[in-house]
Design a protein around this ligand. Structure first.
Ligand code: SF4
Ligand code: FES
Length: 235
């Protein structure tokens, strides 16, 4: 354990944990958008910025990616930290003014978000879909495109690989903006424009999972496919 202080409150934090984890222990709220507790941190949105005292001077740092250190001093609610979070929210809002998750983050940061016609579901490149696919499902169907010179600023840069996707929908559940659409229509599920054949439950007949997903689970777990065709309600 290491001793740190956040906004003047002392806490013993677990080694290897982050400032964000420690603040949560103290019930000090910090906004996030690209963070999920079950996924590795990415540090993309900067909405979780705080101040950390480093070599005697206060520096800005993203709390979701910064590990705690013995003797660390952190300020979450200083004017500089709040201004940095507001600037991060303002930048996102400038780029995606009609995306509700962004508007909400901006409002929480104290930015006025006048009502506009319509609503969009932009990709904000938070990477949650990519990490959910890679780290939870383990199929690597999503990757970031090259973020280099030739990329258009507003062009979503998530690359979808239809050959490895199993249609599980984890990316759609993880996406905070609604950019990843998953539609279900009877025995079909459509995601990233790929159509998946759904499997009916052998008890109630409800279509409950894509066949590709069940075959993937069967292959990786060794459980026969025929043992996987009962939905969770009927098990
Ligand atoms: S598609 Fe959604 S989850 Fe994936 S990077 Fe874009 S906003 Fe984030
Ligand atoms: S939540 Fe920490 S950088 Fe996005």
């Amino acid at each position: 354990m290491v001793n740190i202080s956040i906004d003047g409150r002392k806490i013993k934090a677990k080694e290897g944990s982050t400032i964000f984890d420690a603040a949560r222990e103290l019930n000090i709220p910090i906004p996030t958008l690209c963070f999920h507790p079950d996924l590795s941190a990415f540090g993309g949105c900067r909405l979780c910025t705080v101040e950390v005292k480093t070599n005697g001077s206060w520096q800005l740092a993203t709390s979701c990616t910064t590990p705690v250190e013995q003797g660390m001093e952190v300020r979450v609610n200083s004017e500089a930290a709040k201004e940095a979070r507001k600037a991060a929210a303002a930048l996102l809002y400038y780029k995606h003014p009609e995306t509700e998750a962004v508007r909400e983050a901006a409002r929480k940061a104290g930015i006025e978000t006048p009502l506009r016609e319509g609503e969009s579901h932009d990709c904000i490149l938070c990477g949650l879909c990519v990490r959910a696919c890679n780290e939870i499902v383990g199929v690597d169907a999503l990757t970031f495109n090259d973020r280099g010179r030739n990329r258009e600023i507003d062009e979503p840069s998530i690359q979808f690989n239809p050959n490895t996707c199993i249609g599980c929908g984890s990316c759609a559940f993880a996406c905070p903006t609604g950019y990843v659409k998953m539609e279900q229509d009877g025995d079909r599920r459509i995601i990233w424009e790929k159509v998946f054949k759904m499997t009916p439950c052998n008890v109630c007949g409800r279509y409950f999972a894509p066949e590709d997903q069940l075959r993937y689970i069967s292959r990786t777990s060794g459980v026969p496919f025929s043992n996987l065709t009962t939905c969770t309600n009927c098990r």
